[in-house]
Design a protein around this ligand. Structure first.
Ligand code: GAP
Length: 507
């Protein structure tokens, strides 16, 4: 088994053991692809959400927020295209009875070819050293060329068939490529069918009055249908944005990757309304801005990459994903889409209400174009958690697990630890806690040896531990210990808040 899979498993079990993420309804054996956040998980999640909100709303004068309801009028989803087209092609293996997304089977197949090409190029790089010209090698090496052509041909055929909804050809392609079920190892496939990912339920108490409503599969539509309300009430002028965070629901076909693919998850989305014709400029602007945001989390740039879409959704004229290198490989964490006037145009048509902006300067009205930035909160949580997790061997031969979460996002900022449970140390420690708790999320613990308590704080990513000892009673000084360096310093009690505040600014 690949080491990264081991790492992924370790992260999942660490998340459970240390109160970050639990399987939903675990005492009933869980609910597939649904998770609950525990005491430290909820703090981290709230901090990420707040950090996003601050950078998008607080730091942009022309972006405002809303919090739309999860339930929306059912026609919203007809207009948005979700009723007719929000589906994935699925296929079952008759032997293993496992269900797969046909597109994922084909993408995995193509990824293997891409890995082969990358290996080939790496080998050549080593062979030729400084003189190596990758572009020329890609264009001339017969084996690389053959593989790249194969990727293009398969992609083209797949997207053409999917575009025409020719699902029989998608199945044929899977068979022709010799793709086998990873579980049974056979090619005994069912036909490919489209599967709509929206959950529905009934609203209303009396049978005749009930109507079918959907659990929203994205938060974006709550923004589109409030476009006029927000523009008028907050007196917004184009270009302007509306941001929202909230739950979304998708009945995912394949959902066995922890927080990466959940059936109930949270999105942080922003729709930026611009003048038609200016959308490409804003699309490029937001691509860069969003990448900068990810890098500001202190994760190295090598863990991120853009993936520009080959095949655009019917509503988009440009789209890219920001991908993050999770332990399960490079995968989408955020989408940036240029959605044209598709959504506002469709809601205008279906609702019969004019959804336009009036440009006073040019004396003209138009339906704005939209650039969307859409990031998954749970996926960001997973990215931060997986990057933060490290196992360290210490000089004294012992080991520790540390979560190197950026301090400003850490669930607990300061742990308050009286060295022992008596001699007046807890009283002094409580006093310090009372002074700090309003500004910083603190954690008080007096049980166990100090070493064990430090380890527990390392394991949940607490950046600073404050230890109160007998000397503290004499000189009003405490020890502050840094999670990453493990260095300890004596500081005056009345300096703690200033020092922590300063450190947080730089972390
Ligand atoms: N409004 C556009 C939209 O919803 P999307 O690419 O389908 O676009 C945006 O979703 C983001 O939501 C993704 O980049 C991902 O981070 C997150 N996301 C989507 N499906 C998810 C799932 N099943 N579980 C966790 N996060 C998901």
């Amino acid at each position: 088994m690949a080491t990264n899979e081991d790492l992924f498993k370790k992260i999942i079990s660490h998340a459970k053991e240390y109160g970050f993420v639990f399987p939903s309804s675990e005492i009933y054996d869980g609910l597939s692809a649904v998770y609950d956040y525990g005491p430290f998980g909820v703090e981290l999640k709230n901090n990420i959400r707040e950090y996003w909100w601050k950078s998008m709303v607080q730091h942009h004068e022309n972006i405002v927020g809303i919090d739309a309801a999860i339930f929306m009028h059912p026609t919203v989803w007809k207009a948005s295209g979700h009723v007719d087209a929000f589906s994935d092609p699925m296929i079952d293996n008759k032997d293993s009875k496992k269900r797969y997304r046909a597109d994922v089977l084909i993408e995995d197949y193509l990824q293997k070819i891409e890995d082969k090409v990358a290996k080939e190029i790496d080998k050549a790089k080593q062979r030729f050293g400084e003189t190596f010209d990758e572009k020329m090698y890609r264009e001339t090496n017969p084996r690389v060329l053959e593989n790249l052509n194969k990727i293009d041909t398969v992609k083209k055929r797949f997207y053409d068939s999917l575009g025409k909804n020719d699902l029989a050809d998608v199945k044929l392609l899977i068979e022709e490529l010799g793709i086998v079920c990873p579980v049974s190892g056979t090619k005994n496939w069912t036909d490919v069918r489209q599967f709509n990912l929206m959950f529905s339920t009934q609203m209303g108490s009396v049978n005749e009055d009930t109507s079918m409503v959907y659990l929203r599969p994205e938060t974006a539509q709550g923004i589109f249908v409030n476009f006029l309300n927000v523009m008028k009430s907050a007196r917004m002028k184009i270009p302007f944005g509306i941001a929202q965070t909230g739950k979304a629901f998708r009945n995912e076909i394949v959902a066995r990757q922890f927080l990466f693919r959940m059936r109930e998850f949270e999105q942080m989305e922003m729709q930026y309304f611009v003048k038609p014709g200016e959308e490409m400029e804003w699309y490029n602007y937001w691509k860069e801005e969003r990448m900068k945001w990810h890098l500001s989390l202190g994760i190295p740039a090598s863990k991120y990459r853009f993936h520009d879409h080959d095949k655009l959704a019917h509503y988009a004229n440009a789209a890219a994903d920001i991908e993050f290198e999770f332990p399960i490989g490079f995968k989408e964490i955020e989408g940036i889409h240029s959605r044209t006037d598709f959504d506002l145009g469709a809601h205008q048509k279906f609702s019969g209400k004019k959804l336009q902006y009036f440009d006073q300067e040019n004396n003209e009205g138009y339906v704005p174009y939209v650039i969307e930035t859409s990031i998954g909160l749970d996926r960001t949580f997973l990215a931060i958690l997986s990057h933060a997790y490290r196992e360290e061997k210490l000089d004294d031969g012992s080991e520790r697990v540390v979560l190197g979460i950026p301090a400003r996002l850490a669930p607990i900022k300061v742990a308050i630890l009286p060295l022992i449970k008596k001699d007046g140390l807890p009283g002094k420690a409580r006093m310090i806690m009372d002074n700090l708790m309003d500004e910083f999320r603190c954690f008080y613990e007096e049980k166990d040896t100090i070493g064990r308590r430090y380890r527990r704080m390392d394991a949940i990513g607490t950046p600073w531990c404050i230890t109160i000892d007998h000397q503290t009673l004499q000189d009003d000084m405490v020890t502050i210990r840094d999670r990453d360096t493990m260095l300890q310093e004596r500081i005056f009690i009345d300096k703690i808040d200033g020092i922590v505040r300063e450190k947080l600014k730089n972390n």
